[in-house]
Design a protein around this ligand. Structure first.
Ligand SMILES: *Cc1c(COP(=O)(O)O)cnc(C)c1O
Length: 390
């Protein structure tokens, strides 16, 4: 683990002498902060993003977390949100106005697509989705009113990479901003800002908190862009983070490097088992040597991540259900990033009302590898596979 990461996680932003030498950061739940002079109050209002005044804008516990995550991302500034979707929405909405155009990687996180297709479409913002595996597809989609490129590398469910530096170079040449969702990799495995991205967003619900007990989001960018997001989307929409949630994420962050290293070690072992199994059709994992973007993964990511998709040679949805129902170690649930390994069968999207439209294959399962031993997980997958004909 890099030395400065240890410093950031254990020291940065923590003024222990100011709170009795507490080893664990304090939880300051107060929504409101008081002043002894009018001048002091006036000064606080003028710097609402940076000093305690009212917790929708600034909270001392959240501020410790903001400093740490900004430093991990190599960003000047960070804002914490009450969900990853709120963070992505605020970042995107800051970049576009009525009648402007966005180019987005195909098959992004589902609620990012909903933001673009429904919410922003109401305000006349249009979106073109491109196959991001070739950066030239971003260039080809540029219109006179294009203001934003959205990246998500790897993207949700199919784990396709974008060449981040190449896409950002095209954006810069056309004066277009870039927003990237970096939830999958975390700042420990990928640093988009160093590759030219303007705004990085995360679902902190996943790896950053890491314990399946907080929903939260992150935006990292320059001080100037964060100031603009703060004064507009952040304060107006008010999807602010609670001090309690920030406190839990500070605790989760302490073990982030250990958790990331563990996943990076066990996940390729599980992938390797599945790739050679006769009942497996295909594994979508950029850190597999058989993946067409393996070289790019090695170039722009520091370690393998803990999530992939797998398509089984099942006869029908009923057989997919037999496989899923037989797993004993994997929990069947959405989200990811905690201790426990999870599966999410795509066939539910083919049959469940609210999420009904999907182009993903019914025989696909998204798999998240938690912190259990690889042997235990492989044995579980092996016995569940023995129940399908393939
Ligand atoms: C979960 C997720 C989100 C949304 O985050 P929430 O915290 O659930 O709002 C956004 N992007 C990606 C890649 C995710 O996995």
């Amino acid at each position: 683990m890099e030395k400065d990461i240890q410093y950031i996680i254990n020291e940065l932003g923590e003024e222990r002498s100011a709170y009795n030498g507490a080893v664990s950061p304090p939880l300051m739940a107060s929504t409101n902060y008081c002043f002894t002079t009018v001048a002091g109050l006036r000064e606080a209002i003028a710097h609402e993003m940076d000093v305690p005044f009212y917790t929708r804008g600034h909270n001392p516990t959240v501020a410790i977390l903001r400093k740490k995550i900004a430093a991990l991302e190599g960003a000047e500034e960070c804002l914490m949100f009450s969900s990853g979707s709120a963070a992505v929405s605020a970042a995107v909405m800051n970049c576009v106005a009525q009648g402007e155009h966005v180019v987005c990687v195909q098959k992004p996180y589902s609620w990012t697509a909903k933001l673009l297709n429904q919410l922003l479409a109401k305000y006349g913002v249009t979106t073109t989705y491109v196959d991001g595996t070739n950066p030239e597809n971003y260039r080809a989609a540029i219109q006179a009113n294009t203001k934003l490129f959205i990246l998500e590398s790897p993207n949700s469910m199919t784990f396709e990479l974008q060449d981040i530096a190449a896409v950002c170079a095209i954006a810069k040449a056309h004066n277009i901003r870039t927003v990237m969702d970096n939830s999958y990799a975390t700042p420990l495995n990928q640093n988009p800002i160093a590759m030219g991205v303007d705004i990085v967003a995360h679902s902190a619900t996943k790896y950053l908190n890491g314990h399946s007990d907080v929903v939260a989001g992150v935006v990292c960018s320059t001080a100037e862009i964060c100031k603009s997001i703060f004064a507009n989307e952040y304060m107006t929409l008010g999807a602010t983070q609670s001090a309690h949630d920030a406190w839990l994420i500070l605790r989760g962050l302490r073990t982030l490097p250990l958790r990331i290293e563990r996943s990076a070690k066990t996940t390729p072992q599980v992938v390797q088992f599945l790739e050679q199994h006769p009942k497996v059709e295909k594994v979508y994992y950029p850190f597999s040597p058989s993946h067409p973007q393996y070289d790019l993964a090695q170039k722009q990511m520091k370690r393998p991540g803990g999530m992939f998709s797998v398509c089984l040679k099942a006869q029908n949805i009923a057989e997919m259900e037999v496989f899923c129902n037989h797993l004993q170690r994997f929990l069947m649930a959405t989200s990811w990033g905690g201790y426990e390994s999870l599966i999410y069968p795509i066939c539910v999207l083919h049959t469940a009302g609210n999420y009904a439209s999907t182009t993903l294959p019914w025989n696909m399962i998204r798999v998240y590898i938690g912190l259990e031993d690889a042997e235990v997980l492989i044995a579980d997958l092996s016995q569940a596979l023995s129940h399908i004909n393939g």
